[in-house]
Design a protein around this ligand. Structure first.
Ligand code: E4P
Length: 218
């Protein structure tokens, strides 16, 4: 399973990269705004900065909602760097745009996905990645991980190449559960990735080993 980090924060991207497990980055307009990055030029420059830092797939989201606008914006984003993945919302014009961008070998990430029906459309259109938002599904008292399982099953039955990218991850358990049901990618906040490190028995065991080493070498 690939690990992406879900942030536009350069320090957090660096920290995940330094851990040696980072396969890519996803952003969205809210994450950019959270870092205070506004205005088209600043936003585009920031995407390039992230691409140069990670040298792997970086999702950059369009803000157009009509077919022509999505295509134009998609080309503008894709031209920024070879690692840009154009993130397109799951709407009618978005599906049409994903079909066209994919046929021009531009990588796409279909975002704001909440159902298996939407996942089918995105795969048929040739999306590179599909982003079901599992945390937001959980927030409505449905089961986000079950959605990942359902979509992964459908994709494997039909051999769709679209990679299931579990998004809206809220905690380390989400990551483990997504791995169990065969997600291709998880995009996570840094805190969820780092949370995977934690186990009290590791801390207790390490303290004991170091204590015994000191005794033996006193
Ligand atoms: C990533 O691609 C999504 O935009 C993101 O994971 C959404 O997460 P949120 O539900 O925590 O905003």
């Amino acid at each position: 399973m690939k690990f992406f980090i879900d942030t536009a924060n350069i320090d957090q991207i660096k920290e995940a990269k330094d851990l040696g497990i980072l396969d890519g980055v996803t952003t969205n307009p809210s994450l950019m705004a959270k870092e205070g990055i506004t205005g088209e030029k600043n936003i585009l420059d920031h995407y390039v900065k992230i691409c140069e830092l990670v040298k792997s797939d970086v999702s950059a989201e369009v803000v157009s909602t009509d077919y022509k606008g999505i295509i134009e914006e998609g080309h503008r984003l894709a031209a920024l760097h070879p690692n840009i993945v154009v993130k397109v919302p799951m709407i009618k014009d978005g599906v049409k745009a994903i079909k066209d961008l994919s046929s021009q070998n531009i990588k796409t990430n279909c975002t704001l996905v909440f159902s298996a029906g939407q996942a089918l459309l995105a795969a048929k259109a040739g999306a590179t990645y599909l982003s079901p938002f599992i945390g937001r599904v959980d927030d409505t008292s449905w089961d986000g991980v079950q959605l990942i399982q359902q979509i992964s099953h459908i994709y494997s039955v039909y051999g769709y190449q679209t990679q299931v990218l579990a998004a809206s991850i809220r905690n380390p358990l989400h990551i483990v559960k997504c791995a169990e049901v065969g997600a291709d990618v998880v995009t996570c906040p840094l805190s969820s990735i780092m949370g995977l490190l934690n186990h009290p028995l590791t801390d207790i065991g390490l303290a004991k080993f170091l204590e015994d080493y000191k005794k033996g070498n006193a």
